[in-house]
Ligand binder design. Structure first.
Ligand code: G3I
Length: 347
């Protein structure tokens, strides 16, 4: 009987009797090395301070994953805090960590509307000077990490759910062509690094996915290199459906884009109810959903699998509770860095 069946059986028995903490499928993190059990790179978003100073956190990163995405420190706010003064120290430490641990490094992110330094938000100039400023940022950063970063999120979250362009400083000051220019500048700076467009809700929102694929296809028709699409996959235990996820993955690779499930986390309290602890039934549903995402990804042809990256280590580290102002428990490890059913049940 598969793990999946076991969990279903458990769920049914939970309905008949009340579940106790002891009933939840559990395991010791030391019992397995998750990345060695899947055929694609398995990544995680890391916070540099936690990595440096939190032993339990660091141990999970180095044991369970073979790819890292910097959760924040590769964003413009951190890399170019003052115009033309780049700050490499923390980022270079992470590069060294990846090299020491034989881990892949995915760069996140070159062009976004968020986490920009103050000077960039306030920048004044003609479309040409804006373009030059964007080019300087992209090319300085990409060249600095040449040979060390395997792939970049070149443009992040440029399309709205309805398929229109997101209003941001790049669109306002350069125009729609900022996206193709960003990819072109990144390519000129390094031709070997994989270039990704990254966004959320690409499996849930059909119009958004269509618009992204159409946009990237039109860039390719102009000779611009775009290697892959990052589907962030900030989803919930009950949404979107497994079919919708499978369909989205299929459409992306059928359009010849590498697929990175780039920021996976699975909320169990999407409606923001009071939830001071995670209920057993929700943890089970979460475990099933994580498994379903991994299973859908296994169906993607190997040549198109850039990997799955989880957006954080423990529930204590997740962006969701503070961002949405609610209790939630979206990750594979609990706040005490103990494995949750979702971890035990993978892959
Ligand atoms: O750097 C300051 C620090 O000086 C200060 O002491 C601390 C106090 O709260 O805040 C620190 O900044 C925070 C930063 O994370 C670093 O920890 C910001 O307040 C906080 O807003 C920021 O949140 C990040 C968020 O992006 C910003 O939009 C999250 O950690 C990060 O997980 C999240 O990641 C994004 C992806 O990049 C793109 N896709 C969506 C995803 C989730 O929002």
């Amino acid at each position: 009987m598969s793990n999946h069946h076991l969990i279903l059986l458990f769920l049914i028995s939970c309905l008949a009797a009340s579940c106790t903490q002891e009933d939840i499928p559990n395991c010791h993190a030391d019992e397995k090395v998750l990345h060695s059990l899947v055929s694609f790179p398995l990544g995680v978003a890391v916070d540099q301070t936690e990595l440096n100073f939190n032993e339990a956190y660091e141990q999970i990163v180095s044991q369970q994953f073979n790819s890292i995405t910097p959760e924040n420190i590769f964003k413009p706010q951190y890399l170019q805090p003052v115009q033309d003064q780049f700050s490499w120290e923390a980022a270079d430490q992470l590069v060294a960590y990846c090299m020491d641990h034989d881990m892949r490094l995915h760069g996140h992110t070159l062009i976004w509307h968020n986490q920009l330094p103050f000077w960039m938000e306030q920048f004044q100039g003609s479309p040409e000077t804006w373009e030059q400023m964007m080019k300087t940022h992209i090319q300085t950063v990409v060249k600095h990490f040449k040979g060390k970063v395997t792939s970049w999120d070149v443009v992040n979250e440029a399309i709205e759910d309805d398929g229109s362009f997101r209003e941001n400083i790049w669109l306002a000051n350069i125009g729609e062509s900022y996206i193709e220019k960003a990819f072109q500048y990144a390519h000129e700076a390094e031709s070997a690094v994989k270039l990704f467009y990254n966004d959320y809700s690409l499996s849930a929102k059909r119009k958004k996915r269509d618009a992204v694929i159409e946009l990237l296809n039109s860039l390719r028709e102009k000779g611009i290199r775009v290697d892959g699409i990052g589907l962030q996959m900030h989803i919930a235990h009950n949404y979107p459906s497994n079919n919708a996820i499978a369909k989205a993955l299929e459409e992306v690779w059928e359009n010849d884009y590498l697929i990175h499930i780039s920021e996976l986390d699975i909320a169990i309290n999407p409606l923001g109810r009071e939830m001071p602890t995670a209920s057993t039934s929700r943890l089970i549903k979460q475990a099933e959903k994580y498994k379903a995402v991994f299973e859908a990804y296994q169906e993607v042809p190997a040549d198109y699998q850039h990997g799955i990256s989880i957006w954080g280590i423990s529930d204590r580290d997740s962006w969701i509770p503070s961002f949405f102002g609610r209790d939630d428990y979206p990750l594979l490890f609990d706040a005490m860095y103990q494995p949750k059913p979702a971890f035990c049940n993978l892959p």
